[in-house]
Write a protein that binds this ligand. Structure first.
Ligand SMILES: CC(C)=CCC/C(C)=C/CC/C(C)=C/CC/C(C)=C/[C@@H]1[C@@H](COP(=O)(O)OP(=O)(O)O)[C@]1(C)CC/C=C(\C)CC/C=C(\C)CCC=C(C)C
Length: 437
């Protein structure tokens, strides 16, 4: 790669810097939230990499001009919010919007597949965007991502251990970006986060995709997206989900809730599959695998919502379709009253049934993933499914009881997930059975 420009990234260069300080502020003042401190101090609050002053990245001119484009895009979006989105996007149904995002990611993956089948030695998907940073700096950045991941999501971290080192660290980098994004609206400084802060976070995302990271955790993601065919749209959409959380606390119908679930969780599926890879022997279409990934994100988020009804209500939030509540003769008042009635049980049965349908759709696709990537996905799927069982076991009292999977059940789930991960994609099984006749 020819590096034709040199760009120094330091704290003053970042328009997002003050926001990042804000995000880390209470951790620094020792509010006892060690996890946030891990995210902020170990990454977000550092501009320099170990052993150096400010992080200096050499960036090709093409990238600098892309960066300028990105910044003019960003200023055009300066007043962006859910309410000021282009009209055509607002008029699209949730399903259309999600379908477009999936189709775009699928097209990128398929293009990359055909390119690498013509030239199998080709590795970098966007060599022009690869930041030329020292290997040690990247090693350190990825190690930090692994530490954050191990701290927040131990089981998942363990599950990534079967993946190739490149995939493992790429997934950690994506995990960390998602976690930091979520912390903006769910972390200790959430009350101080404004739509403008999210706009800045999005500017920073655009810069990551142009090979211009601001801190070491961003640098890991910049490296990841230069190596794997990951589209930026799901990342933007996740930020949109966080915007929704700032302005919206009711969902009129399932269409609205579906869009929220896609934004905050379905996007994770779309971001992860380009890293995890599809089994080379799979007979499934790329589109169907991505639909399954989307379904798993939706199923997980619906499950989270059903588990946290009481907790959310105490924050004045109801993530349940209002029209469906009404159909069961329920209102927000019933939720705030927090009494388990027959109406509530019937409503919950219906909601759980729908969440399970999304899990079933996802299950078909896990089999199609690359074999080394299936274990963490099966673990996540089986563990989340059991939260639904736990809600039932609590007699649908999700107002005062938090449904959870106990340590022993978790322990038993991991080998079960491992066993499932050994199953081959369906078409392949049928073919090998015929071959062995
Ligand atoms: C294998 C695996 C699980 C990979 C995903 C790795 C990854 C990048 C995770 C990021 C998760 C994250 C921090 C998202 C931010 C938004 C958010 C908080 C979403 C909710 C997650 C759980 O939240 P939380 O940690 O707060 O939960 P607890 O309260 O502690 O229980 C979500 C519910 C969504 C998570 C979504 C997924 C895990 C989707 C996974 C889908 C795939 C990996 C695709 C699999 C592929 C096929 C073909 C099925």
């Amino acid at each position: 790669m020819q590096a034709a420009g040199l760009h120094a990234v330091n704290s003053t260069a970042s328009p997002c810097w003050r926001e990042m300080l804000l995000v880390g502020a209470s951790s620094c003042s020792g509010d006892g939230n060690n996890r946030s401190a891990l995210l902020a101090l170990k990454g977000g609050l550092r501009t320099s990499f170990p052993g150096g002053s400010s992080s200096v990245l050499m960036v090709p001119r093409a990238v600098l001009s892309q960066r300028q484009e990105a910044s003019s895009r960003a200023s055009a979006r300066a007043q962006s919010s859910l309410l000021t989105e282009p009209l055509d996007r607002n008029f699209q149904s949730a399903e259309q919007r999600v379908h477009e995002a999936v189709a775009k990611q699928v097209a990128i993956v398929e293009k990359e597949q055909s390119r690498s089948s013509q030239n199998p030695k080709f590795v970098d998907v966007r060599p022009d965007l690869t930041p030329v940073s020292t290997l040690e700096m990247l090693e350190e950045a990825y190690t930090r991502c692994g530490e954050v991941c191990a701290e927040y999501a131990k089981t998942f971290y363990l599950g990534t251990k079967l993946m190739t080192p490149e995939r493992q660290r790429a997934i950690w980098a994506i995990y960390v970006w998602c976690r930091r994004t979520d912390e903006l609206v769910d972390g200790p400084n959430a009350s101080r986060i404004t739509p403008t802060a999210l706009d800045r976070w999005e500017d920073r995302l655009e810069d990551i995709f142009c090979g211009q990271p601001y801190d070491m955790l961003d640098a890991a993601l910049a490296d990841t997206v230069s190596k794997f065919p990951v589209d930026i749209q799901p990342f933007r959409d996740m930020i949109d989900g966080m915007r929704m959380d700032l302005v919206k606390s009711r969902y009129a119908n399932f269409d609205e809730l579906y869009l929220y679930c896609y934004n905050v969780a379905g996007t994770v599926g779309l971001m992860s599959v380009p890293i995890m890879g599809i089994d080379p022997e799979s007979k499934a279409t790329t589109q169907s695998v991505y639909n399954g990934a989307l379904a798993l994100g939706i199923a997980n988020q619906l499950t989270n919502i059903l588990r946290d009804v009481g907790e959310d209500a105490r924050r004045g939030r109801v993530y349940l379709p209002q029209d469906e509540l009404a159909r069961f003769g329920l209102t927000d008042e019933d939720i705030f009253a927090g009494k388990v009635t027959d109406k509530w049980r019937a409503f919950m049965k219906d909601q759980i049934k729908r969440a399970r349908m999304f899990f079933v759709e996802a299950e078909q696709s896990v089999l199609e993933l690359d074999k080394d990537s299936r274990w963490p996905v099966w673990s996540a799927l089986l563990l989340y499914q059991q939260i639904l069982d736990a809600i039932e076991a609590n007699d649908y009292d999700n107002f005062t009881k938090r449904a959870y999977v106990n340590k022993w059940k978790k322990f038993a789930t991991l080998p079960m997930a491992y066993g499932r991960a050994l199953l081959k994609p369906p078409g392949v099984q049928a073919r090998s059975a015929v071959q062995s006749l």
